[in-house]
Design a protein around this ligand. Structure first.
Ligand code: G6D
Length: 352
């Protein structure tokens, strides 16, 4: 297990290094302190060939200019907050909005736009990248100062473990996620449509106007949202379901009932044999299938293609502060927020 670093880019006069943790299997994760952003995950396929299984921009300037969220830590609140507005105990709060009248992914100056502090730790069987950031009172008009720590751990068992920890000095909101996009083929020119997905989820959250959750939870049974038995992603993404057709794919929260140590999902790609197993203590995972080509920047000489990656964004159900029954994202001064998500990388030699 070892950690290396190299110059990745510059933010004004600040140099930004990319840190890479590599284990004895040759599996590695790379990340940068800008946005506490994951930039690469390299794993073997069934022939032992190594490749980066994530979608990301090629340089920091594109990341800063276009804010694609690829691999970024998202916060204070992932997803959308209706009209950027909420009330706690009768007190109303108005946050900065950045997608029409709504707040998306933490607002105009979300966590992905910030330069975090980074420390590294190396042990026998684990390597850690420890990111910290202080979000000042009033940032994106959120109340309270917020101290956040996000730790990326790579283990010898090929797990990327994300630990979140946060404290505040006034009641505020906190619902982070990581916006990693997987493409297990190792080639972002290949769509993720033939990836196989399993989700231990019996309900999904339908979206209404402006991609805001309707507040309902609908059974997946009998719909393209049913991944309780593994199936190809394209069976949902290319369906005519009224929740999918208008979006040209998935962009939906799936409700989870997590039990410690129990897999909540598996993403598998048969040609490479690569799989990622998801564990989390969150009550949902947002699956977004990169539903349109993005030509604001190029990756490997071409625009980021439609279906170039698929996210598994673990979090509390979106807009929870406004949707009864979606969970609690209020963080109070007397509390410490902790949450853990693990992506475990593996390979299958058969083609099942
Ligand atoms: C779009 O609606 C989707 C979001 O879910 C996604 O996170 C973002 O693009 C990158 O806004």
């Amino acid at each position: 297990m070892f950690i290396t670093s190299k110059l990745y880019g510059k933010v004004n006069i600040s140099e930004v290094e990319e840190y890479t943790v590599t284990n004895s299997n040759g599996v590695s994760i790379s990340a940068i302190p800008f946005g506490a952003t994951l930039t690469k995950i390299v794993t073997p396929d069934k022939n032992g060939d190594m490749a980066d299984i994530t979608l990301n921009v090629e340089n920091l300037d594109d990341f800063i200019t276009h804010r694609p969220f690829y691999g970024a830590t998202i916060g204070r609140v992932a997803g959308r907050i209706t009209k950027g507005h909420y009330a706690i105990g009768g007190k109303e709060y108005q946050l900065d909005v950045n997608e029409g009248n709504n707040l998306l992914h933490g607002g105009p100056d979300g966590f992905d736009t910030k330069l975090w502090h980074i420390e590294t730790e190396i042990g026998e069987s684990e390597g850690r990248l420890i990111f910290t950031y202080t979000s000042p009172e009033g940032e994106n008009n959120f109340p309270g100062n917020l101290w956040v720590k996000v730790t990326y751990t790579l283990t010898e068992q090929n797990e990327w473990i994300i630990d979140y920890e946060a404290n505040t000095d006034a009641p505020t909101l906190f619902n982070p996620t990581n916006h990693v996009y997987f493409n297990l083929t190792g080639d972002i020119k290949q769509p993720i449509l033939n990836h196989q997905l399993y989700l231990k989820s019996d309900f999904f959250a339908p979206l209404g106007e402006e991609n805001l959750p309707s507040g309902e939870l609908e059974k997946v049974e009998g719909t393209p949202f049913d991944f309780t038995t593994p199936k190809q992603v394209k069976e949902a993404v290319l369906s005519d379901h009224p929740q999918i057709k208008p979006l040209n794919g998935l962009d939906h929260p799936f409700a989870l009932s997590p039990n410690a140590g129990e897999a909540q999902g598996v993403l598998y790609e048969p040609e490479s044999g690569r799989e990622v197993t998801l564990y989390t203590d969150c009550n949902s995972v947002v699956v977004f299938t990169h539903n349109g080509e993005v030509d604001d920047y190029t990756i490997e000489g071409a625009p980021a293609r439609q279906y170039a990656g698929i996210t598994l964004e673990t979090q509390t159900l979106p807009d929870a502060v406004n949707q009864p029954g979606f969970g609690n994202i209020i963080l109070r001064p007397e509390e410490t927020f902790t949450s853990q998500t693990t992506y475990k990388f593996g390979v299958r030699t058969d083609k099942k």
